[in-house]
Design a protein around this ligand. Structure first.
Ligand SMILES: Cc1cc2nc3c(=O)[nH]c(=O)nc-3n(C[C@H](O)[C@H](O)[C@H](O)COP(=O)(O)O)c2cc1C
Length: 170
């Protein structure tokens, strides 16, 4: 296959794959770095490089799961709290081998939408690199990420746009 054919195949194969379908194996550190590195090649106006990615694995990931669950619990009225949803938040983060927080940094140099667009293109690069490496992934954007404090430091000019889940596929 020539380069154009390879690219077409990867673009067409890319899809969101959820943690329930991830294998229990570890993604190699080399591939994780490759995935994150691919994000940094996204186009960005005035070279503001607005993406801020933090990778969560092992202990830190377990803490993130607990914090997300606690936020869900504390922001729901008792009558809307669902035990299944609470368990599912923990399950997804624990089942993924790695989770990346997707944060946009607003530099003030370009309109905010341009920074969000650039971060989104970075995430697309990560999706494609996952696909090429047999890694399942998806972008999750629950409201509760706005309340993350312990796992993530979000500055005043930043916003968390969600979490990027990753796990090997069988
Ligand atoms: C900005 C953004 C936010 C998303 N947030 C969620 C989400 O919160 N929950 C979810 O299940 N999927 C989420 N997704 C994934 C989409 O649901 C998914 O891309 C869509 O269903 C199309 O499927 P595909 O990625 O396999 O083509 C998000 C995708 C994008 C681009």
């Amino acid at each position: 296959m020539n380069k154009a054919e390879v690219l077409k195949e990867i673009i067409e194969q890319r899809k969101s794959i959820f943690p329930k379908d991830y294998a229990e194996t570890e993604i190699s550190q080399e591939i994780i770095e490759e995935i994150l590195n691919s994000g940094t090649f996204a186009p960005n106006h005035k070279r503001t490089k607005p993406w801020r990615f933090k990778i969560f694995q092992s202990e830190e990931k377990a803490k993130l799961a607990l914090e997300m669950q606690e936020i869900y619990k504390s922001t729901q009225a008792p009558q809307t709290f669902l035990e299944k949803k609470y368990q599912d938040i923990g399950f997804k983060i624990n089942k993924a081998d790695a989770v990346v927080s997707i944060v946009v940094n607003f530099s003030g140099m370009v309109p905010e939408w341009e920074e969000i667009a650039a971060v989104s293109m970075a995430v697309q690069n990560m999706y494609l690199t996952c696909t090429a490496n047999g890694v399942g992934c998806y972008w999750s954007s629950p409201k509760i990420v706005d309340h993350l404090k312990e796992s993530l430091t979000i500055e005043e000019n930043q916003k968390c746009l969600g979490l990027f889940y990753m796990g090997n596929l069988d």
